[in-house]
Ligand binder design. Sequence first.
Ligand SMILES: *Cc1c(COP(=O)(O)O)cnc(C)c1O
Length: 437
Amino acid sequence: MDKKTDSNSSLMQKDLEVIWHPCTQMKDHEVYPIVPIKSAKGVYLYDFDGNSYIDAVSSWWVNLFGHCNEYINLKIKEQLDTLEHVILAGFSHKPAIELAHRLVSVTPVGLDKVFFADNGSSAVEVALKMSYHYHLNCGANRPLFLSLSNSYHGETIGALSVGDVALYKQTYAPLLLQCIQAPVPIDSTLEASKIALVKLEEILASRGSEISAFILEPLIQGAGGMHIYHEYYLVGARELTKKYNIHMICDEILTGFGRTGTMFASGKAQITPDFMTLSKGLTGGYLPLSVVMTTNEVYNAFYCDYSEYKGFLHSHSYTGNALACSAALATLDIFEEHNIVEQNIEKSFQMAKALERFHILANVKETRIIGMIAVIELKEYQLSDRIGLKIHEFALSRGVLIRPLGNVVYVMPPYIIQKEEISKIFDIIYDAIISLS
Ligand SMILES: *Cc1c(COP(=O)(O)O)cnc(C)c1O
């Protein structure tokens, strides 16, 4: 490509000739432009026409410490000149070993084994397969999974099966695994969690013996509209899953690494699930990597002579990639050296303050916040109103990248965001919402 003539529009044209974008009706781009990004630094993205954008969604919830972070860059470059990747079956490498040890030490007590994969959905697949296989190895066939209503666990067939967002799932219904839903607590009150736990126990009492695992997004359901519920539900769900001998899978792909105000959401409820899936923030938003953490009890149910055929014969080509592991190690270094979870408290507080003035707007239903996720839910609009898209376009024209989920506008910034940038984001969202009426 000719560098001198590169512009947003020339690159968009070349892009649309060959690229099919994720989660997109491509025809939209007859009207709405694709934004080609030339470079990025900190919370800012820069396009080819000289515009800048604050990345207020952490590039789809992955970025923690900014783009082109100097420390993470340095650590990846060091690793790049040492070892880029090696097969993880029969072989190992220091970044994977060190990362697995550090993950065991920062996650809830009892999660002592680490299985590597390379993206969030594949980690969910691993957890589902392991859980089913565990029960099989123990002599029980339990082909059913339980999840929460309104849940999201990824887009691959197994992950989609345990999700409950109709927009993504409905089309593929005939292809999916067997799964039933327990109602998610309707709001963040203790009362709502108590009611939902009664329902959960009813389901477990009647169908428990068919169910391998209960998978859930702890504390907040992300793609399901940033729906927040009380940690009491997690405590109760842990007790009930133990009582009915069902695994609990905490999908912390979004909530892990400080997003909800504690290092892990399950940590806030002080529970240890049987499985925890991690990805997104794991590498600071740099490289695809995921892990499934589990217990020695699960691990031991697969540990026997080969000829018993109980091993977990699952793999991905890029499992435990060394560059991705080095990015993850650098990310953990930053958490430790800069006391990030503490530092975020003030930022979360500032976001909470910024939400207050939205209450008076006629089309705002409610606002909510948990840790580094601030949410403004608008009153109901038709899906066909494309309200989220309108707000996205408005904010983009003012230099802020947000990507509402329908009528749910949220801010999920990288943790290095500064006071003035938080103010700017909320000012622009305020104007965007006003512009709707
Ligand atoms: C994003 C997400 C996934 C899927 O991860 P991918 O890397 O996009 O496949 C799974 N679960 C939760 C809770 C997520 O937010």
